[in-house]
Design a binder for this molecule. Structure first.
Ligand SMILES: Cc1cc2nc3c(=O)[nH]c(=O)nc-3n(C[C@H](O)[C@H](O)[C@H](O)COP(=O)(O)OP(=O)(O)OC[C@H]3O[C@@H](n4cnc5c(N)ncnc54)[C@H](O)[C@@H]3O)c2cc1C
Length: 378
């Protein structure tokens, strides 16, 4: 729905972006009784959410990420629209990283996650792979996948039902702050609110720049390659080979797989087929039986990750801009964390203590880069 009006429309909070993060947040904000306007340049799931591989996992090595995923997966498990399928995530860890990974598994278990450390031989109960160079593996049966499109649309539906005005085909083109209000200009009108939530995914840095703010989120293209139908004795759970960076899982009767190209940043469009061969070579080392698969070019796709310098999201208030909230830069984990982030955003907007401590994700961490640590990034 788009609105043609010249009058300024007021709200308690303006949410920019109706991807899964903006939509889940809008629902929780509206549930609190706040007057919410969501501005979306295209339509729900038109950004990264609709291009996602839609995996959900609580296998991280920071408590913040584990809790955000744990609470989100619990919400998805209770939502028929989520398409949640607990098919598990299998992590294949090289020898050099195994000691640290075991500590991560212990941290997960301490937070109630049913992950387990396995020898490479034991892990063969879940998938067939070559064990060369591996120190160990971990598997978590409540990790799995969801239907990100369906979830995104369901959160929009719930947000509208709770009273939020969700305006589609409404690109934001200008943002300024005056008299304690954020004034947002969009193609179809002007909107004002004391609070603003930047949930624009890979575009969040651009949204910040409209207001003269530096929000370190940049787009990074990711390719997802699909095989044609392949006859396998059992489905492949989402499996990450931390040695090569290649991941793979079953999608119906096909397999999808991919790997990050660290040099592929910026607004580059289209599927980079040059990335296929080097990725496939690495995949074949770990999964030699993949040789039997054909490639389905039409079923392959690409999309933007929304990367921050340390690949942790930017969550919370912008210290230099009163009333400005960020929930962006999820660096490839936004689908698996959206439900919890929606609740956190609503609590912060209402001046309450968030139910998960997201202080490690504040933007001010970039002022002291030495404190930053990488999580289990795949
Ligand atoms: C190939 C690939 C695989 C992935 N796999 C996974 C995975 O397995 N698990 C997982 O959790 N995550 C995964 N991700 C990451 C996940 O997709 C993102 O973290 C998540 O979708 C971020 O949600 P979002 O709502 O912040 O962003 P988006 O879904 O991109 O939503 C942002 C919205 O803001 C809108 N917007 C932008 N600029 C403006 C403007 N000027 N005015 C109005 N609206 C604007 C956009 O149109 C968009 O709809 C993957 C991503 C890719 C590309």
């Amino acid at each position: 729905m788009s609105v043609q009006t010249s009058a300024v429309q007021s709200a308690d909070i303006i949410v920019i972006g109706a991807g899964i993060i903006g939509a889940a947040s809008a629902w929780r904000l509206a549930q609190l009784g706040l007057n919410v306007i969501v501005l979306e340049q295209h339509h729900p799931a038109s950004g990264s959410t609709g291009r996602s591989v839609a995996g959900v996992r609580a296998q991280f090595n920071s408590a913040t990420n584990i809790l955000l995923s744990r609470e989100s997966i619990a919400e998805y498990a209770a939502m028929p629209e989520s398409g949640y399928r607990p098919e598990g995530y299998l992590m294949l860890i090289p020898e050099a990283g195994w000691a640290a990974h075991q500590e991560a598994v212990a941290l997960q278990q301490g937070l109630g996650i049913p992950s387990e450390a396995l020898t490479p031989q034991e892990a063969q109960q879940y998938a067939d792979f070559d064990t060369a160079g591996l120190g160990g593996c971990s598997f978590c049966p409540t990790d799995g996948k969801v239907d990100a499109h369906s979830l995104n649309h369901e959160y929009v539906r719930r947000a509208r039902e709770a009273g939020a005005r969700v305006l589609l085909d409404t690109p934001v083109t200008g943002i300024e702050q005056a008299r304690g209000l954020w004034r947002v200009t969009a193609a179809t009108g002007t909107f004002e609110a004391p609070q603003l939530l930047n949930a624009a995914g890979a575009w969040s840095g651009d949204i910040g720049r409209l207001a003269g703010l530096d929000i370190p989120v940049q787009p990074a293209r990711r390719m997802v390659f699909s095989t044609g139908p392949i006859n396998l004795p059992r489905p492949v759970p989402m499996t990450f080979d931390l040695t090569s960076g290649v991941y793979m899982r079953s999608e119906g009767e096909r397999l999808i797989f991919g790997r990050a190209d660290p040099s592929d940043t910026g607004w580059r469009e289209g599927l980079n087929w040059d990335w296929l061969d080097p990725t496939l070579m690495l995949a074949l080392e770990r999964w030699p039986w993949l040789e039997a698969a054909t490639l389905d070019r039409k079923a392959s796709w690409w999309g933007y990750y929304e990367l921050t310098p340390d690949q942790f999201p930017v969550v919370g208030w912008m210290p230099s801009a009163p009333g400005w909230l960020n929930a962006c830069g999820f660096s490839g984990h936004g689908v698996m964390q959206a439900a919890a982030i929606g609740r956190v955003m609503a609590q912060m907007a209402a001046g309450e203590e968030p139910f998960i401590d997201v202080s490690p994700l504040g933007i001010e961490r970039f002022d002291t880069p030495a404190l930053r640590k990488l999580d289990l990034q795949v």
